[in-house]
Design a protein around this ligand. Structure first.
Ligand SMILES: [Zn+2]
Length: 67
């Protein structure tokens, strides 16, 4: 299971998604972690750590895929 973290610094939010969530774009462009974007992690612990490291005030899990 791969977990995706969407980091949006412009709205100060980091969201956790499961693999294959409808909200995960099919074409991910590699972006810089500190600039934001979509990032994949091999397990939930690492994804949660990445959300913490992003520094986003609003850290939530996706209401659609409920990771
Ligand atoms: Zn989702």
């Amino acid at each position: 299971m791969v977990y995706w973290v969407h980091i949006a610094h412009s709205i100060d939010r980091a969201t956790l998604h499961r693999e294959r969530c409808a909200e995960v774009p099919s074409n991910i462009t590699r972006t810089d972690f500190w600039e934001g974007g979509w990032f994949d992690y091999p397990d939930k612990d690492r994804a949660l750590t990445a959300m913490e490291q992003s520094g986003a005030t609003d850290q939530k899990t996706c209401p659609l895929c409920k990771p």
